[in-house]
Design a protein around this ligand. Structure first.
Ligand code: AKG
Ligand code: FE2
Length: 279
């Protein structure tokens, strides 16, 4: 697979004023993707990105995650039970290296191109998986599974973008990621429950450390087993501003790093953290 993001495009949106006194807001987004890539993302529900991070930037993320893991969990001890591995949450509250990702344009610009200018962070979490007696892996799943069946007359479809960012090479030792192209548009069915096996039509993706796979939050996907080498990933997620942040992991820590930003005067950052952004 050969996806590059040398070719940027510009997307312009006008957000109409909600009342007769206000004025329309114009946004011009310099998108880190070509127009064709955006169309493919819409159609297939995924976009593969090599080299989102490299060199010192990649090392800084790896080190920050290792420090956090050390602090929160210590050395890995195998429980012998099947699991997803370790999932530290609220990363932006815990290390400035992670907070720097709030406006990471190779992801944020695409989120805005796909969902409009008014998006917010849903969360930044990580998944750390180890080779274990029962190898860490995930079943097929999707992230915003709130689709009613039958679809109500005023159904509001949940959209979100999750950037799965890999801090280690994906291969048969660490575990690839499996995705089902087009499945984000399947509103009449859910991923098969508790299934860890391939499903027909699956695309198995391997990227190098620093690469990622951007997915629509409702794309069916699974993390293949980590068999021989520890594997680290980040999930950077955005939704429209009017969705709540991820409920997983409870509320953010009171003394987290995002607090100062919410109280500060960087309006764009405040919107990204969920304050305002719509009327
Ligand atoms: O580890 C992966 O490749 C996917 C993990 C995942 O889907 C998740 O943590 O939600
Ligand atoms: Fe997932």
């Amino acid at each position: 697979m050969d996806h590059t993001f040398e070719q940027n495009c510009t997307v312009s949106y006008k957000v109409l004023s909600p009342n007769t006194h206000g004025s329309d807001h114009h946004y011009e987004i310099d998108v880190c993707a070509s127009a064709e890539e955006l169309r493919q993302f819409d159609r297939e529900g995924y976009l593969v990105r090599e080299g989102l991070f490299a060199g010192e930037d990649l090392k800084a993320l790896q080190d920050a995650l290792d420090r956090l893991e050390d602090r929160e969990s210590g050395a890995f001890r195998d429980s012998g039970k099947r699991s997803w591995g370790r999932i530290p949450r609220h990363l932006m509250d815990k290390d400035p290296v992670f907070l720097d990702l709030l406006k990471f344009s190779p992801v944020l610009s695409i989120a805005r191109a796909m969902m409009g200018p008014l998006v917010r962070l849903r969360g930044l979490s990580a998944r750390i998986s180890y080779p274990a007696a029962a190898p860490h892996q995930t079943p097929w799943h999707q992230h915003l599974r709130v689709v009613s069946n039958p679809l109500p007359p005023w159904f509001s479809r949940p959209h979100g973008l999750d950037a799965l960012i890999y801090l280690d090479d994906l291969n048969d030792d660490t575990g690839a990621v499996g995705i089902m192209p087009g499945s984000h548009n399947w509103l009449d069915r859910a991923p098969p429950p508790d299934v860890y096996e391939p499903v027909e039509g699956e695309l198995v993706v391997r990227v190098k450390a620093g690469g990622g796979v951007l997915i629509h939050s409702n794309l069916w996907h699974r993390g293949l087993p980590t068999l021989r080498i520890k594997r680290r990933m980040l999930i950077l997620s955005y939704t429209p501003t009017w969705l709540r942040r991820s409920p997983h992991g409870g509320p953010p820590p009171d003394d987290g790093l995002t607090q100062a930003i919410l109280e500060g005067d960087d309006e764009e950052a405040r919107i990204l953290l969920g304050k305002g952004g719509y009327t």
